[in-house]
Write a protein that binds this ligand. Structure first.
Ligand code: UN1
Length: 495
């Protein structure tokens, strides 16, 4: 079954106008059928980037002075547009990014939900009021926008991650210059298009599509007042350093090596289902995906059998087709890098505990598919901890398993990582749950559910190497997208 559609023309949104690029040509393809072009056209040049930043800068004062309710009304209208177009956008997202249609449409609705959450921000508290030690005085802590915010987003959630950065940036009165991953330009056009259709004034949101060098030019731009990024730890740290060198606040959400811990008293069927979804949905291309599994040795054989049985029914194929559970990786380089990681892990002593089926890559037009893979790492504690598959984020459909003697050791193994984004623990014993809350060094903990997933009204972000700067979403976003002015307020006539 094919779902081909004509290729979209690449455009850039600068100062309220859709422009053609003046840089080199970009072609984005369907990763399930790389012969099929999804979007095509010239990328933005640095001259266009400069104009985008200038437009954002020129629009900043008027936007900051627009009542929060008016700013919010535009976000609410954009949410309605995404909901109206959810089916078409879901199909386009599946075609461009490679996640299944159900997940893709779910992501579009999630973006709408995020726009709604921040669209209602005007109804919430905009600061704090303190009493003063001096008579006749109150102290107000007032929230103000940063100014012009640079937004750099990854491929794996082409509409939800941009929404959860752009919506709070705009709600708190900032203007934005956005550079999305160049593998997913179509969904960027769609989100910017929805906000434009919703009535965003010229210059408030600017979209420039281009290569990594355009992203570097954006993050080093002297007129930025803030920078928010999601992507790899290496790039995130470089951005943080670039921001620090110029005194610009940076919010960076980076990698994960998230563990699921299955204890002996857990509901093992529920745990097997959730571990499957956490590890293999979106082809493991989520920073919150489960990539490590620690299972109590007493139940490990039974648990792994349950997991294998589910994997036998897990279908890898074109994500636009019905009945498919897992699509391709985003591109050939990503698939090669995951395969190389698996090879390295095996050479270092891992055993192949399961390998599923996937369409071949041999055909020149073959998609960037890999089979779901489970590795069992050596029982020896030092060798297990040292294995590449335990330490490095593969960002693909690979789950690495180790067995633990008891809950205490399981939590120790889970903490054996430089990352600390999310974790999942499976148990029915509340004492163990409380142990997990206290001992796992993560920003997000799921109890009896998979390690991925995020609601827009609560903080999202990780510990250790996984995050830098204030967290995202919910009230946490306010910490990054606004700063405070402390106002010592007295009447003009002290009498
Ligand atoms: C989710 O778990 O649903 O890049 C969201 C990522 C994260 C978002 C995860 N920033 O995968």
């Amino acid at each position: 079954m094919t779902h081909s559609a004509p290729a979209a023309a690449l455009r850039h949104y600068i100062n309220g106008t859709w422009e053609e690029g003046t840089g080199s040509v970009l072609t984005s393809v369907n990763p399930a059928r790389p012969g099929e072009t999804v979007a095509h056209g010239p990328q933005a040049s640095t001259e266009q980037l400069d104009r985008a930043v200038a437009a954002a800068s020129a629009a900043a004062r008027a936007w900051a002075g627009t009542p929060m309710h008016e700013r919010g009304a535009i976000l609410l209208r954009a949410a309605g547009i995404l909901e109206r177009d959810q089916e078409r956008l879901g199909l386009e997202l599946a075609r461009e990014e490679g996640k299944t249609r159900a997940e893709a449409q779910g992501e579009v609705l999630r973006a709408a939900q995020i726009l709604r959450y921040y669209g209602n921000e005007g109804d919430r508290s905009a600061g704090e009021v303190f009493s003063s030690p001096r008579r006749g005085e109150r102290i107000l802590v007032v929230r103000k926008p940063l100014g012009v915010v640079g937004v750099v987003t990854p491929f794996n959630f082409p509409i939800a991650i941009p929404a959860w950065k752009i919506a709070p940036a705009l709600a708190y009165g900032n203007t934005v210059v956005w550079k999305p991953a160049s593998t997913v330009p179509l969904l960027a056009l769609r989100l910017a298009g929805a906000l434009a259709e919703a009535g965003l004034p010229a210059g408030v949101l600017n979209l420039v599509i281009g290569p990594g060098s355009l992203g570097s030019a954006l993050v080093e731009h002297p007129r930025l007042d803030g920078l928010t990024f999601t992507g790899s730890t290496g790039i995130g740290r470089r951005l943080a350093a670039a921001g620090a060198a110029r005194g610009v606040p940076v919010q960076a959400e980076m990698g994960g090596k998230n563990a699921a811990v299955v204890l002996r008293d857990a509901d093992l069927d529920l745990a097997a289902e959730q571990v499957l979804l956490g590890a293999f949905r979106s082809t493991g291309q989520k920073c919150t995906a489960t990539s490590r599994l620690i299972v109590d040795g007493a139940v490990a054989d039974y648990f792994l059998d349950r997991l294998r049985a589910r994997l036998d029914a897990w279908v890898t194929g074109d994500p636009a087709d019905d009945g498919v559970h897992m699509g391709p990786l985003i591109n050939g380089a990503a698939a090669d890098s995951v395969s190389a990681g698996v090879e390295a892990a095996l050479a270092e002593g891992a055993e192949l505990a399961y390998q599923g089926k996937a369409p071949g890559r041999a055909d020149p037009d073959g998609g960037f598919f890999l089979p779901p893979t489970v590795l069992e790492l050596p029982g020896d504690p030092a060798a297990g901890a040292a294995n590449t598959a335990w330490r490095e984020e593969f960002f693909g459909p690979v789950l690495s398993v180790r067995r633990a003697a008891d809950a205490g050791q399981a939590f120790e193994l889970a903490n054996q990582s430089e990352f600390g984004l999310s974790a999942a623990v499976f148990t029915q014993d509340v004492t163990r749950v409380l142990d997990a809350v206290d001992s796992l060094d993560v920003g997000i903990l799921h109890v009896n559910s998979e390690s991925a997933g995020a609601d827009p009204h609560v903080p999202f972000g990780g510990a250790r190497k996984s995050g830098y700067g204030p967290k995202e979403q919910g009230g946490a976003a306010k910490e990054f997208f606004s700063h405070t002015t402390t106002v010592y307020l007295r009447g003009g006539n002290p009498g």
